[in-house]
Design a protein around this ligand. Structure first.
Ligand code: T5A
Length: 212
């Protein structure tokens, strides 16, 4: 089972992924947590380039190809081997982030981005994608408070520094894309407490595991 989490900054993806790992392990499943960008050794280097505030001169196309390179390496080296070993793989962002951020956010063609993703993932698509939906003001506030507290503002704050209109576009883009990919996406309101959000996440995951 391959599960991915998506959403704008600060919706609580990392928090929910930690809770889901614990839940699945309590049911006897072996779980691998990973993320994009940065799930592989090469990806760790790409992540620094992609998220550092000083990379603001990256062109949209250069940014796109760095995300795709990160994904191709990550799928081949980390995700697919773990799935073959029978693990549940949970990934913090995946191919849909490219369609939404580089497409609805930066203005590249979402259909072209989906086709490039097809090449990068080479058949490895998630069975379930959980979209944590939250208004951009609240999400950014949560992300910025967290970045200030753990000192990642400079190292990883490039997207948080975008204008609020960019984040509003991303939120709308996610909802549009999720409606086009209904068979894989489940949308959870992320405005409640972590426990309230997790109840929805757990429900969708249990449902998909039963179907599988
Ligand atoms: N990107 C990525 C692209 O443009 N294209 C791509 O193809 C890909 C793969 C990655 C950036 O790269 C872009 C998108 C992103 O901008 P990232 O560092 O991985 O960035 O950051 P994000 O994925 O955006 O995640 P964040 O780390 O900002 O937020 P999370 O993981 O959604 O949220 P989390 O769990 O860290 O929570 C944030 C704070 O809120 C609190 C937490 O304790 C934490 O302090 N919190 C809550 N507070 C109140 N109520 C709740 N329910 C809460 N849940 C968590």
């Amino acid at each position: 089972m391959f599960i991915t989490f998506e959403g704008i900054e600060g919706t609580g993806k990392t928090t929910q992924i930690g809770m889901l790992k614990e839940y699945l392990e309590s049911k006897g499943r072996e779980v691998l947590l990973t993320r994009e960008p940065g799930g592989s050794r090469v990806g760790t280097e790409l992540r620094k380039m992609l998220l550092h505030v000083e990379s603001k001169d990256l062109t949209s196309l250069a940014e796109l190809f760095l995300y795709l390179a990160d994904r191709a390496q990550h799928v081949a080296q980390i995700v697919r081997p773990a799935l073959e070993e029978g693990k549940v793989v949970i990934c913090d962002r995946f191919a849909d982030s490219t369609v939404v951020y580089q497409g609805y956010g930066r203005g590249l063609d979402p259909k072209m981005l989906h086709e490039l993703n097809e090449i990068a993932v080479d058949g490895t698509w998630p069975q379930l994608t959980l979209l944590l939906d939250l208004d951009a003001d609240t999400g950014l506030r949560r992300a910025m408070t967290r970045n200030m507290q753990d000192g990642t503002s400079q190292a990883e704050g490039r997207f948080e520094a975008e204008h609020i209109s960019f984040h509003n576009r991303i939120r709308e883009g996610y909802l549009t894309w999720a409606a086009l990919k209904k068979e894989r996406f489940k949308v959870a309101d992320a405005s409640g407490t972590p426990e309230e959000v997790f109840e929805k996440v757990r429900h969708f995951v249990d449902q998909r595991l039963e179907e599988a």
